[in-house]
Design a protein around this ligand. Structure first.
Ligand code: FMN
Length: 196
């Protein structure tokens, strides 16, 4: 048996252990628009899908130091719409630039020089360079301690043709970035492993 530490959950250990152990995490690069029409874009790696048919996604937000909601969940709850863009290796630096706290009337699209493309169903734009974007309408939200979970039903997919093989989205053509603990991210070649 491996020798291990037995630790009680608490503020000194939780953040590091949970974010390192629950990894790699996909990154939802979420675009929203405020009630006042200001576009917003930010990454959230506490993210996954909840159901696949109909498809529902979830991302999870901490509060700002002043206890207020971040712009992304506030916009998603106010307007009922958001777009999840997939972060691939070519977009990691642009994604990082959008993780800054800007005044609510400033857009991360402009701050980071990111080109956007119109969505089909919802108002928030897509990231034009994203290989996959998913337009969502708000399904529900849930508070868990200091976090707000935002669930969205996918109402439209946008998939780059160069990410397809024989008409289907293919992981070999989608070099996604995963978030690990601390300053670490992961990318890498998919390995084919057929279930026995
Ligand atoms: C890779 C990455 C993943 C992140 N994941 C989360 C997350 O899951 N939840 C969260 O609250 N903040 C997360 N952040 C921090 C937010 O992106 C950051 O607070 C951002 O400024 C929020 O922007 P907004 O106020 O425009 O919504 C992450 C940052 C990075 C760089």
């Amino acid at each position: 048996m491996r020798r291990s530490l037995s630790l009680e959950p608490g503020p000194d250990v939780d953040d590091r252990i949970i974010k390192t152990a629950v990894a790699p995490r996909p990154i939802a690069w979420v675009s929203t628009v405020s009630d006042d029409g200001v576009e917003n874009l930010a990454p959230f790696s506490s993210y996954n899908y909840v159901s696949s048919s109909p498809p529902v996604l979830v991302f999870n937000c901490s509060t700002k130091p002043d206890g207020e909601l971040k712009d992304t969940p506030r916009n998603a709850l106010d307007t009922g719409e958001f777009v999840v863009n997939v972060v691939t290796e070519d977009l990691i630096e642009a994604m990082d630039l959008t993780a800054t706290t800007l005044p609510a009337d400033e857009s991360e699209f402009d701050h980071a020089g990111i080109e956007h493309a119109p969505s089909d169903v919802v108002t928030p734009p897509r990231v034009a360079a994203a290989a996959v974007s998913m337009e969502c309408t708000l399904y529900d939200s849930l508070s868990v301690y200091d976090r707000t979970m935002v669930l969205g039903e996918v109402v439209r997919y946008h998939v780059a043709e160069d990410a397809l093989t024989d008409g289907k989205l293919d992981s070999r053509n989608l070099p996604v970035v995963g978030r690990l603990g601390g300053p670490y991210y992961t990318t890498g070649e998919p390995i084919a492993f057929e279930r026995r």
